[in-house]
Design a protein around this ligand. Structure first.
Ligand code: NAD
Length: 261
């Protein structure tokens, strides 16, 4: 329970990696602010489930993180409800798969706004209080695609390379403030995001579902296993420990060997 008394905001935590990270922080005693889209009743069930299981306070704010004014309201609600954001996990993200000359302009704008620009807004708004306290953690969910590319993912790869650079810059700016800023770069993790891109990839490459799973998704991942959300969450928890206080500006791969190739 080393996070008792701390508050974590995990964006995109109604599903997948974000939900696992938020739950893992709650298990260590942190109060948590959930964010993301989904069915209101399901989200309330999730919120209450985490609260009951871990005896912490769990809030929910459904801000659309492509909208800077909604990010401002989300950050304000965290401060009003919990006092501050001690741990910020920029995790919300979406994907779209298409060749660049056919890439829908609105999808490009959405991916850059959500996967990159939202982290700028949450970070700029969270840092002043972290600096005052002399303690803070910013953890960005990047991707193996922050280090290498794949065809048909121009917006996603651009945004993820961008978040990796943003992470390094903010780490340098906060290096003497008791704040660490890192990204975790998973390979393929079994979540709705991974599952949902199968139909588009089938269409873009004219492949069967089985081929997409084994020859496209896991083709680059030497372990031939999906990363699990709990593995990502465990690394996020470790980054909050005192033992991790010298890890800053790092891009931590958890990709089954993908980017070692
Ligand atoms: P997911 O689809 O399960 O979860 C995405 C979350 O973002 C959901 O809670 C969703 O409601 C939320 N979201 C979507 N649009 C939003 C918006 N406009 N405003 C606020 N929230 C919004 O996906 P996931 O796989 O858990 O992905 C989480 C992060 O991990 C993303 O940044 C993704 O790029 C990254 N990632 C995923 C994988 C993978 O294989 N699944 C690999 C590497 C990196």
């Amino acid at each position: 329970m080393f996070l008792k008394g701390k508050t974590a905001l995990v964006t995109g935590s109604t599903s997948g990696i974000g939900l696992a990270v938020a739950t893992a922080f709650a298990a260590e005693g942190a109060n948590v602010m959930l964010n993301g889209f989904g069915d209101a009743a399901e989200i309330e069930k999730t919120r209450r489930g985490i609260e009951d299981a871990h005896k912490v306070r769990v809030g929910y704010n459904g801000a659309d993180l492509t909208k800077p004014d909604q990010i401002e309201s989300l950050m304000k609600e965290c401060v009003d409800e919990f006092g501050a954001v001690d741990i910020l996990v920029n995790n919300a993200g979406v994907q779209h798969v298409a060749p660049v000359d056919e890439f829908p302009v609105e999808k490009w704008d959405l991916i850059i706004a959500l996967n990159l620009t939202a982290a700028f807004h949450t970070t700029r708004l969270a840092l002043p209080d972290m600096k005052k306290k002399g303690w803070g953690r910013v953890i960005n969910t990047a991707s193996a695609h922050s280090l290498v590319a794949s065809p048909n993912k121009s917006a996603y790869v651009a945004a993820k390379h961008g978040i990796a650079g943003f992470t390094k810059t903010v780490a340098l700016e906060t290096a003497t403030s008791g704040i660490t800023v890192n990204c975790i770069s998973p390979g393929y993790v079994w979540t709705p995001l991974a599952e949902n891109q199968i139909p588009d990839t089938m269409k873009a490459r004219n492949l069967t579902r089985e081929h997409v799973m084994n020859d496209v998704l896991l083709a680059a991942q030497p372990t031939k296993k999906f990363v699990t959300v709990d593995q990502v969450a465990a690394l996020a928890v470790f980054l909050c420990k005192d033992e991790a206080s010298s890890i800053t500006g790092a891009n931590l791969s958890m990709d089954g060997g993908w980017t070692a190739q």
